[in-house]
Write a protein that binds this ligand. Structure first.
Ligand code: ATP
Length: 393
């Protein structure tokens, strides 16, 4: 199915992969183990056509050459990437995020069936389909990311460190979900730092060291290999570089999110829209990387009324909204622009207390508007309360 042969990648003068060969068959879980900087993410990005560096060599899917193909075409060939950091749209609901994954032509006709398959694999997502994604737990968000990738009806799913930042319990849940995905016949190429858990579910594995594949074996043999145990499985004599040419064990501390930003994913989705639904409603996504909303707000959606999505989700509209959200993420809401103020036609009323300024909500979701109005009302109530307190003797 997926065959990577002698692939090399370089970022300018810096080689990140040298002649790596990997293959993934139908219904097979293949794990790539390697220390930080070994080139694991570069390999997955090269397969999905989103490597920023120069890629040479051959990557074929069912005999079709992928090197040089556009990322959205690669999705049509049956490859879906779950990037490190998930890349889900925190302000959209679970179902909206999933529906965004169905933009591929190969998935359009089977959207309902695929959605049902995702909900069968991840029943929690069905229960929470109207919940805003950023209010989900880390593990649930990872399920949304995997579910969204599965909505493109892939034959091979590639995942970049999906257990990063998850608690042991959530990681366990995640790995058993991957097994269930494999059981549907999808091939899985998994980059993981959690060697023990990934080897436990994998069929085969590769060791990637310092840009090169140095070893390949069945997962069972790799798990028994003393050098692998020392380097990746916390063996008794584990020391950085203690094994035969094995890399230092990778630290488990969470790292900043990488991979395509939501706006890049939206850009890819928009590229598939023919013709674009409303040009004015879909601004060009910004190419700058967006930070992922990893922190959870203190309040979970269970205590908020769930927004009711439209009966039929319009994917083009979703993409436009997601793109807007991604490009606005991290920016202060509608700060007044610097520049000359227009001359006032009437003198300002000096006695009126300063009112909170409502940001420009044009194009924002109703949800955001409601939230801001609630904040305004709460602030007004707080002001009244403190006024009443100061009047009391
Ligand atoms: P980690 O486990 O830390 O994510 P990795 O094995 O996934 O590491 P890559 O992210 O593939 O490693 O990086 C391989 C090498 O390429 C590293 O030296 C890294 O600094 C470099 N690199 C990765 N992306 C870029 C980029 N966009 N520009 C320049 N260098 C890059």
């Amino acid at each position: 199915m997926l065959e990577v042969k002698g692939i090399s990648a370089a970022y300018g003068q810096h080689p990140a992969l040298k002649g790596a060969s990997v293959r993934v068959g139908k219904g097979e879980i293949v794990v790539i183990l390697g220390a930080n900087g070994a080139g694991k993410s570069t390999l997955l990005k090269a397969i999905s056509g989103i490597c920023e560096g120069k890629v040479t060599g051959s990557i074929t899917m069912n005999g079709h050459e992928l090197v040089g193909m556009k990322p959205d075409r690669i999705v049509e060939e049956g490859i879906a990437l779950v990037p490190e950091g998930r890349g889900i749209f925190g302000d959209l609901t679970v179902e909206e995020n999933l529906t965004l994954g169905a933009y591929a032509q190969r998935a359009k006709d089977a959207e309902e069936v695929n959605l049902d398959r995702v909900y069968t694999l991840f029943p929690k997502l069905r229960e929470r389909r109207r919940q805003v994604a950023r209010t989900m737990s880390g593990g649930e968000q990872q399920m949304v990311a995997i579910g969204r990738a599965m909505m493109s009806n892939p034959a091979v799913l590639t995942l970049d460190e999906p257990s990063l930042g998850l608690s042991p319990l959530l990681s366990k849940e995640l790995f058993s979900s991957l097994r269930a995905v494999r059981d549907t016949g999808i091939g899985i190429l998994l980059v993981e730092q959690n060697a023990k858990a990934s080897l436990a579910i994998a069929d085969r594995g590769y060791l990637l060291e310092n840009t090169q594949v140095v070893h390949e074996d069945t997962a069972a043999n790799l798990a028994k290999d003393p050098a692998v145990q020392k380097a990746y499985l916390g063996g008794a004599a584990a020391k950085p570089g203690a094994g035969k040419g094995m890399p230092a064990p990778a630290p488990s501390a969470p790292r900043p999110a990488k991979g395509p930003s939501p706006s890049e994913i939206a850009a890819q989705a928009m590229a598939r829209m023919a013709p674009p639904a409303k040009p004015a409603a879909a601004p060009a996504p910004t190419p700058t990387p967006q930070p992922e909303p990893r922190a959870h707000p203190p309040q979970r959606a269970v205590s908020q009324p769930a927004p009711v999505p439209p009966a039929r989700i319009d994917t083009a509209d979703l993409v436009a909204r997601a793109s807007q959200m991604a490009s606005r993420r991290g920016q202060p809401p509608a700060a007044p622009k610097p520049g000359p103020m227009p001359a006032p036609t009437k003198p300002a009323r000096a006695a009126s207390p300063p009112r909170p300024v409502m940001p420009d909500l044009t194009g924002q979701s109703d949800r955001l508007r409601d939230m801001l109005q609630e904040i305004e009302t709460a602030a007004a109530r707080a002001r009244d309360r403190s006024r009443n307190r100061t009047r009391q003797p």
